[in-house]
Design a protein around this ligand. Sequence first.
Ligand code: SF4
Length: 62
Amino acid sequence: MKVTIDAERCQGHGRCYEVAPDVFTDDERGRGEVISAEVPVHLEDQVRSAVSACPEKAISIS
Ligand code: SF4
């Protein structure tokens, strides 16, 4: 699985790095950043939870 954040959609709610702290972190403005775009299998459920939790629908997986 690969994951990206659309920086234009992200509003910095912080849900992604609360739900999936092994996959996402925050930048200096509180907006989400992907730690590693290639997600290990054992973290995929975290990423799916973050996709559901993001109010801006800014997280994409493929
Ligand atoms: S939950 Fe969505 S809007 Fe909030 S910081 Fe993460 S990517 Fe951005």
